[in-house]
Design a protein around this ligand. Structure first.
Ligand code: PGA
Length: 254
């Protein structure tokens, strides 16, 4: 069964108080709503424990982390491990977000280590892939995405891939207000599922959730979410305010 997910990536935004108050506004408004999916809140790492206290008794909510280092314990000054995340109630981890790839130079091989480390700790990777503007314009975007998947995911087993969630996030759509057309999104989602099917078999591929991310907002969430092969949304900017995020929830999994 594909999981339906609306994930809120708060990036390096919001203070502690703002994060708590946003969490509580969302919880309160949705208290008596039965959702057809899970809301994954992904705050700054420093606030994970605190946000966990608020959401841990709400089974429709889960906690996600934006980043970690793929070691267990050791001399890695400044880093946080998958074990540490799991200790504070984290269930999901973003891996391969374009901001990590471009600003922090995280390459496919390193992302493969992060995937392995997350799975070892029973964290669910949300593996982000997607092309930049240049690749889209050149027309080699499917090849770009194929390499991202092959080099960071294909080392894992059938059992492990079934735990992974994939997010297609074209870099040119992140934070720009521009979204691909429905046809463009469907083409890539279908392609990703096809690659997964050729590596792991159709049954497994059919059950993997593929989210779309990049400039989702209150206006487009419903039409993006209902596209065939789109199993949820990964939301940045529009998840930072209770009103817009709740509107997106109402138009998708509520
Ligand atoms: P955006 O960010 O919704 O602000 O475009 C999405 C993301 O980076 O995951």
């Amino acid at each position: 069964m594909r999981k339906k997910i609306i994930a809120a990536n708060w990036k390096m935004h919001l203070t502690l108080n703002e994060s708590i108050s946003l969490t509580n506004s969302i919880l309160t408004k949705l208290e008596s709503t039965k959702l057809n999916g899970t809301i994954v809140l992904i705050p700054a790492s420093l606030y994970l424990s605190e946000i966990n206290k608020n959401i841990k008794n709400h089974h429709q909510f889960a906690l996600g982390a934006q980043n970690f280092y793929p070691g267990i314990f050791g001399a890695f000054t400044g880093e946080i491990s998958a074990t540490m995340l799991s200790n504070v109630g984290v269930e999901y981890v973003l891996i391969g977000h374009s901001e990590r790839r471009t600003i922090f130079q995280e390459k496919n091989a390193f992302l493969a280590e992060k995937i392995n480390s997350a799975l070892q700790e029973d964290l669910i990777p949300i593996f982000c892939c997607g092309e930049n503007k240049n690749s889209r314009e050149k027309g080699d975007f499917l090849e770009t995405i194929k390499i991202q998947l092959e080099e960071s995911l294909f080392q894992i087993s059938c059992n492990e891939i079934s735990k992974v969630i994939i997010a297609y996030e074209p870099i040119w759509a992140i934070g720009t207000g521009i979204t691909p057309t429905s046809e463009e999104i469907m083409e890539v989602h279908e392609y990703i599922r096809g690659i997964l099917a050729s590596k792991y078999g159709t049954d497994i591929a059919e059950n993997i959730s593929i989210l779309y991310g990049g400039s989702c907002n209150t206006q487009n969430a419903s039409s993006l979410y209902t596209l065939p092969d789109v199993d949820g949304l990964l939301i940045g900017g529009s998840s930072l305010k209770a009103d817009s995020f709740l509107e997106i929830i109402k138009n998708t999994i509520a």
